[in-house]
Ligand binder design. Sequence first.
Ligand SMILES: [Zn+2]
Length: 179
Amino acid sequence: MDILAHSLWAGVGIAALGRRLPFTRRTAVITISLAALPDVLQMLPVIGWWWLGDGTFAAVRDFAIAVPGQEPLLPSAVLFVSHHLHCTVHSAVVAGLVTALVWYVRRALWIPLLGWWSHIVIDVFTHSADYYASPVLYPITERGFDGIAWNTPWFFVANYLALGAAGLWVWISFKRGRT
Ligand SMILES: [Zn+2]
């Protein structure tokens, strides 16, 4: 899914959850950031190549909005690091290990990790076999589920309508709760 929708769904989710478990603003901000981060990390090697190497801004921009088969040419090392970063942060296997480790150390679930989990779960179903299927079981396999690509026009519109409705519902329930 696109990065804005990921952030907004995490925002709606944490607001809805906040009705039962009060959160600090900091927790909400970290949760939303972790929901957006998986699609930002893969850009870092490409941006580094532009800043420190002989990359161009045009290649960075084309990489950010690429569709399968139309990706810009990048050095193989940049592509390798970017690809595996993307796989790592989209993996339920990796997220499961990190969640378990943090849970063990803190003796409690760290709520902001739910932002990351929301990204992983949403991407499994909003990418398709021919639109970057999400590598949810990396490093066991890089294959993913054949869902509905989020950039399919009707789905894109339906997603933002659903976001609007969910946001409105949370807002109304907040107002009701206050009076
Ligand atoms: Zn993603």
